[in-house]
Write a protein that binds this ligand. Sequence first.
Ligand code: HEM
Length: 117
Amino acid sequence: MLSYEVYKITHIAIVFIFLTTLAADLLGGNQSKWVKMVVGMSSFLIIVTGMGLAAVMGVFGGGEFPLWLKGKVLFWGALAMAAPICGKYLVKHRAASFWGLLVLALLAVSMAIYKFI
Ligand code: HEM
């Protein structure tokens, strides 16, 4: 099993890749297939590294998914579905959709930082 630090750096690096390629697609109007493919692949890798991170933290030890992690999965699910839909179908309001998706990403981040639930 990889260490907590390695999982965490990888998780954050993949979040960066996801957000920068999403910005290229929605803000920069980069319609290349390659950019859209990286958006999809990185959104999948966010949950893979996130689950690995939770496992090395011993979060699953009690057999329960903590609420903050459920919240993260929920925000991630919304992002992972909305990102390719906005990228493919939106003609107008592409930039606005990027800022909305960024808010979802920040809500996912705040779940891990505050763990208030
Ligand atoms: C787009 C969605 C996501 C974003 C933007 C995101 C971002 C981040 C960031 C920036 C951190 C570091 C926070 C800190 O150092 O306190 C983090 C930590 C973490 N994330 Fe994510 N994440 C996302 C989705 C997920 C998912 C789906 C899971 C699990 C299935 C997950 C599990 C975790 C865990 C376990 C931590 C470690 C918390 C800790 O060290 O205390 N994340 N995430």
